[in-house]
Design a protein around this ligand. Structure first.
Ligand code: MN
Length: 325
């Protein structure tokens, strides 16, 4: 399929590059490093070769979220966003932008989101899970009441918020201690991000902000597969829900969330996501440079779904959600 739009596509600036290094061997790291720093060269060639018309770009992870000092986080976000704006300005027909945000401080995050959308023309925000605030061991999740003004501002700006993974801190997640192979895309990214999304929903955020639109990558971080069970546990007991939100969890996921195919190129999973969410809420993405554009595009172009759904997922839904054209 030509004309695809991809929206979980990352870059790094020199200051955030080391965040992506992980435990990759030197050969892999030299390749990944070059991919992260490139925007206008190899990335565009990959897009041309595999029918991707546009990428909406975002900073790598955890980056700003792992800077405990609020002012330093704000400064880093501004530098990354200014750099991204310059890059997009060179090829606005091929690149658009998501803002990095200093969620360590809801007011600074609101300021920066507003600046990025109003002044720089960004299409939304992409945030890498919880933020460390004040010190490395103090974490904040965005269902906390202090974030409601931020969410109301995001809703008023009419731009989506992409909740992207980061690893849990091992000091807070004994279940992964000694089993580090489960970190990252293998399992921990999905678990961490799915629980954060459920916290947001259960808190009643989308009763306060019914127009707010969220995006989850990796085909919904496992949520579509578990959606029925979340709302139907112990059904015979007929107990009321114990969370503040007013409706079943699945209602909010279907009304306030979109999923992307980033890093999860499997047709059975895609078919389940379409069945649970509807084809209007699933969007193509690759997760370059951590995954390959060719792997994503060749799979998607041939996946066993209808051509109508392929057109929506490949580009139509993104054009509508981000008011492209
Ligand atoms: Mn990603």
């Amino acid at each position: 399929m030509q004309g695809k739009i991809a929206l979980e596509e990352h870059f790094a600036i020199p200051e955030t590059l080391a965040d992506s290094q992980g435990f990759f061997p030197d050969t892999v790291w030299s390749e990944l490093r070059a991919r992260l720093l490139d925007i206008q060269d190899r990335r565009l060639r990959e897009m041309d070769t595999h029918g991707i018309e546009m990428m909406i770009l975002s900073l790598n992870a955890p980056a700003v979220q792992a800077v405990p000092d609020k002012q330093a986080a704000h400064d880093l976000a501004r530098r990354a966003n200014d750099y991204l704006a310059e890059q997009v300005a060179q090829r606005p027909d091929r690149f658009q932008a998501f803002a990095a945000l200093p969620m360590q401080d809801p007011e600074l995050a609101t300021q920066e989101l507003t600046r990025c959308v109003r002044d720089l023309g960004f299409k939304g925000a992409l945030v890498n899970g919880f933020s460390q605030v004040g010190d490395a061991e103090t974490l904040t999740y965005y269902d906390e009441p202090a974030f409601r003004p931020f969410w109301r501002a995001a809703e008023a700006l009419e731009v989506p918020f992409y909740l992207h993974p980061r690893n849990p801190l091992l000091s807070h997640a004994k279940i992964f201690q000694g089993h580090e192979w489960l970190l990252g895309p293998t399992w921990a990214f999905g678990q961490e991000t799915a629980v954060h999304a459920l916290r947001l929903i259960g808190s009643g955020l989308f009763d306060d902000c019914p127009g707010l639109q969220m995006i989850l990558g990796h085909m919904g971080e496992g949520l579509p597969f578990s959606l029925w069970r979340i709302d139907h546990r112990n059904a015979w007991m007929d107990l009321p829900p114990t969370y503040p939100a007013r409706r079943p969890i699945a209602d909010y996921i279907r009304a306030n969330f979109h999923l992307t195919t980033s890093g999860n190129f499997n047709t059975a999973t895609l078919v389940d996501a379409i069945a649970e969410m509807g084809a209007d809420r699933v969007l193509f993405s690759t997760d370059w440079p951590f995954e390959n554009v060719d792997h994503a595009a060749q799979w998607f172009d041939e996946a066993g779904i209808s051509e109508e759904d392929r057109a929506k997922i490949g580009s139509g839904n993104a054009r509508r959600l981000f008011r492209l054209d």
